[in-house]
Design a protein around this ligand. Structure first.
Ligand code: SF4
Length: 244
């Protein structure tokens, strides 16, 4: 085993230990651990302005307002999502980094045809989300996400700290063990601005063409890519390394 693969082994063990030690910690403690371990310039929060993410924005602002927070702007978000971004900016004085795809919607339509999401949402997500994310994460040692175990079977094995094979850095999921109710108690208690679509049966909010409200009793992510065998955009491959 050479020196660099030995170093990787040691780091992986450290991550596994941290995942175990921090499993029952409050998400704020997990965030504080990550900021301390990687430094505020080497860790970043991915924000899609959904309930989980706005809770994390609030926690992170109290821990270290210098940490970069970014969003993947597909140019296809709901107006309410952009309004939520603006309300958060006003509340915290935080500028969110806008990450854009290489192709505008017009260029994408020229190259791949109009309304690609209706024919090949996997390709559309790759072009407008996954590739931009890869570029954004270059230079960081860790990223923070709002995924929770109960959101879907593909997320049921998420740890609070894990190695992200897909993007090659550490991934913090501070809310992995939190429930829907815990997230909303936090939002209400702290009066955090949130996307008003959540009050209209949209528990999970993505791009406008690919998100519909859910019916009572349906899964949190049932309103995403309805009609397709797809519940993830490729940012969070499951634990078996299979991108959903
Ligand atoms: Fe395209 Fe839909 Fe994916 Fe957005 S969610 S990038 S519109 S396929």
């Amino acid at each position: 085993m050479n020196e660099s693969s030995e170093k990787i082994q040691v780091e992986r063990k450290e991550i596994q230990r941290a995942a175990k030690d921090l499993r029952d910690a409050h998400p704020s403690e997990i965030l504080a651990w990550g900021v301390k371990k990687f430094g505020s310039r080497k860790i970043t929060l991915a924000c899609s302005f959904g309930a989980e993410d706005v809770a994390l924005v609030d926690m992170l602002q109290r821990i270290d307002p210098e940490v970069d927070i970014f969003y993947l702007d597909t140019d296809l978000h709901f107006p309410e999502t952009y309004q939520t971004r603006d309300r958060l900016t006003r509340r915290y004085g935080k500028k969110f980094i806008r990450v854009t795809p290489d192709l505008t919607l017009e260029q994408q339509a020229e190259k791949w045809g109009d309304r690609l999401w209706e024919r090949d949402p996997n390709l559309c997500c790759r072009l407008r989300k996954v590739e931009p994310l890869k570029k954004m994460l270059v230079g960081y040692q860790a990223w923070i996400t709002g995924i929770r175990r109960e959101q879907s079977p593909t997320r049921a094995h998420a740890e609070v700290v894990e190695w992200d094979e897909a993007f090659g850095l550490v991934k913090l999921n501070p809310l992995a063990y939190w429930t829907h109710e815990q997230v909303w108690s936090y939002i209400r208690e702290r009066n955090v601005p949130y996307n008003p679509l959540h009050d209209r049966q949209y528990p999970s909010i993505g791009c406008q063409p690919c998100t519909i409200p859910v019916k009572p009793g349906q899964d949190f992510r049932a309103g995403r890519w309805a009609g397709f065998d797809k519940t993830e955009c490729g940012l969070h491959p499951n634990r078996k390394g299979e991108s959903q």
